[in-house]
Design a protein around this ligand. Structure first.
Ligand code: ADP
Ligand code: ADP
Length: 226
């Protein structure tokens, strides 16, 4: 089974706009996968549907074989999501932002506290643990979102434009961190509009434009054609 299998996925927003026109995609377990495309191509819509933040119009999505329409609770356990917008409670401390998330997954408090410590340390946020999250810089907030998404140790980590607005030095260290997760077996899916980012990190790539997949191949094969 694939980590992610998307078949003939369509999305028409209430405005009538057709954001996805029959997307087919598969991502293998352990892959480092990029969904590349210009602004407005449908990347966030695809990610939103994967984690059921956006309703699809038609098509099928399975996560490790679990159809999200039939068994979302199970499918959701596999996913950690780092959305583009900061969506944590800004008045909560950094530590609590991470452990509160654990509550959604029924994770024991002691385990949650240990994991929060581990990931906040790895993401260089431990010295901010008692600070209200609104006080963090943009790059720190981004890293906090990553720590939060990892609290249930998901099989698949999905990052929507993870390095948007992040300076080059931090971008590199985030890349290293994400690579490390992948080396330890986590399937990574990221969206980006920089080919360079996909090229530096990913193994396989799908290119989306105007709601359609126009290419789905390995990075190596893609670079040969350019
Ligand atoms: P990307 O992430 O690739 O930039 P999105 O998935 O965010 O693209 O958006 C795809 C298209 O759908 C864009 O043209 C966007 O304006 C449109 N869109 C996104 N959300 C909505 C919405 N809620 N209602 C109508 N159109 C939307
Ligand atoms: P609700 O049922 O109110 O939508 P959820 O439990 O789905 O609440 O989500 C709570 C918060 O966690 C939201 O901010 C959402 O964006 C985020 N979230 C949902 N699913 C995931 C996930 N798999 N990984 C990380 N964050 C998630």
């Amino acid at each position: 089974t694939y980590a992610i299998e998307i078949s003939d996925l369509k999305k028409r927003y209430e405005s009538g706009f057709e954001a996805l026109k029959g997307v087919n995609l598969t991502v293998e377990k352990g892959d480092f996968f990029a969904l590349l495309g210009p602004n407005g191509a449908g990347k966030s819509t695809t990610i939103g549907i994967l984690c059921s933040l956006v309703n699809k119009s038609s098509g099928k999505v399975a996560i490790f074989g679990e159809d999200i329409d039939k068994n979302f609770a199970k499918a959701k356990q596999y996913l950690g999501v780092v959305p583009q917008e900061f969506n944590f409670n800004v008045f909560e401390t950094v530590f609590n932002v991470v452990v509160t998330q654990a509550g959604f997954y029924g994770i024991d408090k002691e385990i949650a506290a240990k994991r929060a410590e581990k990931y906040l340390k790895e993401l260089d946020l431990w010295d901010k643990k008692d600070v209200q999250s609104r006080m963090l810089s943009g790059g720190m907030k981004r890293r906090l979102m990553i720590a939060r998404a990892l609290i249930h140790e998901p099989e698949v980590l999905i990052l929507d434009e993870p390095t948007a607005g992040v300076d080059i030095e931090l971008r590199r260290s985030m890349w290293e961190f994400i690579k490390g997760l992948n080396e330890n077996g986590t399937t990574i899916i990221l969206t980006t509009h920089y080919l360079e980012e996909a090229e530096q990190l990913c193994r396989n790539i799908a290119i989306i434009n105007a709601g359609e997949i126009v290419e789905n191949t390995s990075i190596k094969a893609l670079l040969k054609t350019l």
